[in-house]
Design a binder for this molecule. Sequence first.
Ligand SMILES: Nc1ncnc2c1ncn2[C@@H]1O[C@H](COP(=O)(O)OP(=O)(O)O)[C@@H](O)[C@H]1O
Ligand SMILES: N[C@@H](CCOP(=O)(O)O)C(=O)O
Length: 318
Amino acid sequence: MAVFTPVSLDDLSGWITQFPLGKALSIRGISSGIENSNFFINTDSGEYVLTLFEKLEAEQLPFYLELMRHLAERGILVPAPVANRDGKILHQLNGKPAAIVSKLAGESQLAPQPVHCAELGAMLACMHMAAEDFPIRQPNLRGLEWWLQTTPTVLPYLPPELQQLLSSEVKFQQDFAAGQVYAELPLGPVHADLFRNNAMFVGENLTGIFDFYFAGCDTWLFDLAVTVNDWCVDLDSGALDLPRLQAMLDAYRAVRPFTAAEQQAWQPMLRAAALRFWLSRLYDFYMPRAAEMLTPHDPGHFERILRLRISEAVPALA
Ligand SMILES: Nc1ncnc2c1ncn2[C@@H]1O[C@H](COP(=O)(O)OP(=O)(O)O)[C@@H](O)[C@H]1O
Ligand SMILES: N[C@@H](CCOP(=O)(O)O)C(=O)O
């Protein structure tokens, strides 16, 4: 799994003539995705990734695809959407919205070292700055508003102690987001799901970051906190790994120094980033979609991370 909508070489062959890619030579479903149907395709002009969007609304897609085009044009290492002869990058195939993007070389680094974290930190800062003038605005659809909406849905499934943790953290985040420090945080389009499985490396060199389908406008610090909570932690305990953390923060800061408000907001933001994924994993666990064929991600992992970010001081950003 997971190809939800099959595409044959025949289907592809007629459809691909609108792109300047030559003939389609082969198509192979990618098994590891969970949101969309993805395929590696070979054409006369090289290898690409074809995505059929299974859940995202057609009106949300231009934000993601145009953002990737905008970033790629500015030298950020992201898959570049391929335009057809009319310049369009969003299409329809087998009844689903579809796009072709360039294929990144390499593979995901699932056991990152400080050197990988540094590569990623620098690219993240460059991406934030390159996206600043992106003209389309779409909120982070998994932001505070979604947390407030989703919490009452999952609360009844939780034991009292977890109900208390979830409710009090959402309240903490709501108050924090209403305050002066939060109001001063720089923001713009962010990736918002930059986990280890969403970047590619050849050896120690980052070749690109992908899967922009949770992207939206949010604070840059939230994006960094999401990234740190996955790349710079011990996966068993959720504890921060200081050499990886330092490498990522130093590399980010070298491109874009942190503001005073960001330095003050760092720990609350690491909590927010943990809450975001605890909540989405709780939601997917208790409210699996009908077509869901995968084992849901473990919510307990982000519950542990959240507890640690609340109880333990984190190294300062400065
Ligand atoms: N542009 C790309 N270049 C190379 N590999 C890609 C690219 N896009 C997706 N993949 C591969 O497809 C897999 C699933 O893609 P992903 O975007 O994570 O799917 P989903 O959003 O459905 O979870 C990735 O783990 C990666 O191996
Ligand atoms: N990173 C999220 C799940 C999103 O899945 P992706 O494969 O689309 O990145 C999590 O770990 O909960």
